[in-house]
Design a protein around this ligand. Structure first.
Ligand code: ATP
Ligand code: MG
Length: 239
């Protein structure tokens, strides 16, 4: 079983999240992509964050029409700070290692990976799929990992591998342009980091919240049921 984990605050979820998850699910033939709203995202500033039950409902509303998507309250039920390493370890234990986990992150989030809790162990426990922007090169990703992760965790080394088994030039000319992946080295298990060019939608939750606050339209940035939910519950009216 190949399971994608799409972590995030989802405050609110929008089409940028959904399109990258869908395209990744398609390319990697995922059995399921689990959207996992963080209870307390370790990397967000301690500003006002929408109550978790609203974020969970919005994520559910956005994903129910897609049978390949599911929502997981795993981090919410665990409570406390939502560290990815705890989530990955917890899921592997729960599914008794019968699954292969692919943690999906945007390049903006992944760039900070060396600062994530126990990042060294993370690379020994799951694969990563990193959605990048057109023009982003695998070398940039490699050097970033080399400069940050390998420097901090001396036993972890990275290597660019020319062959990527998920790369099909005929069916996906754009999403995996180089047909390469990065191998994580330095321990027994084999895990990889896959850069993927997903359709770039310049949408962020921050921008959606700002628009609502200023009375501007948010139509077509996120699914209609989520838009309706935001207005019905008076979310994002104040900063
Ligand atoms: P905020 O503006 O509050 O930071 P966000 O739009 O970045 O919100 P998050 O919940 O922080 O959304 O992001 C969750 C994950 O989705 C991260 O890995 C992030 O890189 C990715 N992501 C966010 N926006 C997009 C987008 N437009 N396209 C592809 N991936 C995205
Ligand atoms: Mg963000």
């Amino acid at each position: 079983m190949r399971i994608g984990i799409m972590g995030g605050t989802f405050d609110p979820i929008h089409y940028g999240h959904l399109i990258s998850a869908e395209e990744i699910a398609d390319i990697f033939k995922m059995n399921l992509v689990m959207f996992m709203p963080a209870f307390i995202p370790p990397h967000k500033k301690k500003g006002k964050m929408t109550d978790v039950h609203h974020r969970l409902i919005m994520t559910t509303l956005a994903t129910v029409p897609n049978p390949g998507f599911a929502v997981s309250a795993f981090e919410i039920e665990r409570g406390g700070c939502s560290y990815t390493i705890d989530t990955v370890r917890g899921l592997k234990k729960k599914f008794k290692e019968k699954i292969r986990l692919y943690f999906i992150a945007g390049i903006d989030a992944f760039q900070e990976i060396a600062t994530w809790k126990d990042a060294g162990s993370l690379f020994k426990n799951c694969d990563f799929i990193v959605s990048t922007r057109p023009g982003y090169r695998i070398d940039d990703l490699f050097y970033m990992l080399d400069r940050t992760v390998s420097k901090k965790y001396r036993d972890i080394k990275f290597r660019i591998e020319k062959k990527n088994p998920f790369y099909k030039s005929s069916s996906h000319p754009a999403p995996l342009p180089a047909g390469e992946r990065i191998e994580v080295r330095g321990h027994g298990s084999k895990y990889f980091i896959y850069p993927v060019e997903t359709t770039a939608l310049d949408i962020s939750s921050t921008e959606i919240r700002r628009r609502v606050r200023q009375g501007m339209t948010i139509k077509y940035l996120l699914p209609e049921p989520v838009e309706e939910y935001i207005y019905k519950n008076g979310l994002y009216r104040e900063s």
